[in-house]
Design a protein around this ligand. Structure first.
Ligand SMILES: [Zn+2]
Length: 133
């Protein structure tokens, strides 16, 4: 679909997803207004932009990483660049990489981006890690 003169273009999503988005939007309206997000379309656009950005960052910085397994509170990451497995531990609302002994390495960032891990951390009210290369 070509974008309109105002820079918006329609897309289709599953009705079930749309309902979830609408209910999230309604429940977060006040909070969103503070971020200058004043319409449902802006809300969805913002979510998608953040996801795409995260995906781009991972593709750029961590194309050599993959999830090797999740065991209770441990996430095993296969780092093909270093030729090693790294264990990231999820404890006290935080991720910590045992291999690097840091909570801000790319392994932590990669683990954070795994949807299941991300969902659990968000439900705990954890903050997104600030990464350093
Ligand atoms: Zn690490």
């Amino acid at each position: 679909m070509p974008p309109s003169a105002k820079g918006w273009a329609p897309i289709s999503v599953r009705a079930q997803v749309l309902e979830k988005l609408q209910s999230r939007y309604e429940s977060k309206r006040e909070e969103l207004e503070k971020k200058n997000i004043r319409s449902f379309n802006s809300y969805v656009t913002d979510i998608l932009a953040v996801l795409v950005e995260r995906d781009e960052i991972l593709a750029r910085y961590a194309p050599f990483m993959s999830e090797a397994g999740i065991f209770e509170n441990r996430i095993l990451i296969d780092d093909k660049k270093k030729g090693e497995f790294f264990e990231v531990v999820h404890k006290n609302k935080e991720l910590f990489c045992r291999g690097c002994e840091r909570s801000d390495c790319l392994h932590v960032g990669f683990a954070y981006s795994i949807p299941l891990v991300n969902k659990t951390l968000r439900e705990e009210g954890a903050q997104e890690p600030k990464l350093r290369a």
